[in-house]
Design a protein around this ligand. Structure first.
Ligand SMILES: [Zn+2]
Length: 350
């Protein structure tokens, strides 16, 4: 069975996500090197001696140096993956579009991303930052987390051995960071490829639809736009809107029907402990249904407990009291309002 262009694109997004998970594993391996180097530095001191300020500074200098060294490899892995996604997604999405359009028109669909545009897209900043700024920021987060952990050893007069354990603890942030950066940069590449393809074939496309994910992790920035249709791509938000954003824009063709897609009605969150001492959250989908609902309708059709989990206790109270009526009130275009900001917006006493 051939999928319609919108369903094909939604499936591509899942493929890109799983590709990103594979790249994240590579990135964690590259960062493991920096961790090993810092631990080796600590290993030059006697396990049982008291961890000192001097040892801390030596370890952090080593860490900074190795991170600078591995950054280039890290960026290369990501850029290679971005290039792959840009080309693959342009091809796959344009072919799916051509396939649908062939039934109603003889017009030719552009199916190849030019080399010039590819270079421009590769160099283009995402989320207001270039990839190297992101990587630099991630490195400083890693150093900060490690410094925080080592400072505890200092304060508690711990041994070098105990400090080593804390160093590993500080590195716990790397797995999550690598996942976010891989997923965000590759989903961004997928979106860039589609936007480029939409621009090249704009005269053949009737409209565009905003698609968020129907599950409990969809954020209040994206949720209210789910299902929105506009004639021009520019009238829908630029994607991605935030790190880990899973939103997608799909084209409307003469064949388009109401989009039917899976909604996650129940999921479990489970903490996974990794061998290196870090943890991450794994979600297990418990039940799904196929639906044509948008997020707003999906939300309203959920039981009270689901609504409370998604909104949080205080926002849910506002919802129950009928003060909060529209999901659009929960966020501005780029950020979620705090409960107090929300109360001000709704004219409720804080
Ligand atoms: Zn989003």
């Amino acid at each position: 069975m051939t999928l319609s262009v919108e369903n094909k694109i939604l499936r591509n997004v899942l493929d890109i996500e799983s590709f990103a998970r594979g790249r994240a594993v590579k990135l964690v391996k590259i960062l493991d090197q920096a961790e090993r180097a810092a631990l080796a530095k600590l290993g030059t001191f006697k396990d049982t001696s008291t961890f000192s300020r001097r040892m801390m500074s030596i370890t952090l200098t080593e860490l900074g140096g190795t991170l600078a060294d591995v950054s280039e490899r890290y960026t290369n892995v990501l850029n290679k993956a971005r290039r792959e996604v840009l080309q693959m997604e342009y091809n796959a999405a344009s072919k799916a579009l051509a396939n649908d359009l062939a039934k109603t028109t003889t017009a030719k669909v552009a199916t190849r991303l030019s080399t010039g545009r590819l270079s421009t897209l590769l160099a283009a900043p995402f989320g207001g930052h270039t990839l190297s700024t992101w990587v630099t920021r991630q490195n400083s987060n890693l150093i900060r987390a490690t410094r925080t952990e080592l400072a505890k050893s200092l304060a508690l007069n711990e041994t070098v051995q105990q400090a080593s354990k804390r160093l590993i603890e500080g590195f716990g942030v790397k797995r999550r960071a690598a996942n976010t950066i891989a997923k965000t940069s590759l989903l961004q590449a997928g979106n860039d490829a589609r936007d480029e393809m939409y621009r090249d074939n704009g005269q053949l496309i009737e409209g565009y639809q905003y698609v968020a994910t129907l599950d409990a992790r969809t954020c209040p920035i994206c949720a209210p736009d789910d299902g929105r249709v506009e004639e021009n791509r520019e009238d829908l938000p630029e994607l991605l809107r935030h790190p880990n954003c899973r939103c997608t824009i799909v084209p409307i063709t003469p064949l388009s029907e109401d989009l039917t897609r899976p909604a996650v009605t129940d999921q479990d969150f489970r903490t996974v402990n990794h061998a290196d001492g870090s943890t991450s959250t794994k979600t297990k989908i418990v039940s799904t249904k196929r639906t044509t609902q948008n997020f707003d309708q999906f939300f309203r059709s959920q039981p009270a407990s689901w609504k409370r989990d998604w909104l949080g206790e205080e926002r849910y109270a506002l919802w129950r009291a009928g003060k909060l009526k529209s999901l659009e009130d929960l966020a501005s275009n780029t950020r979620v309002l705090t409960v107090n900001q929300l109360k001000t917006r709704l004219g409720v006493d804080a």
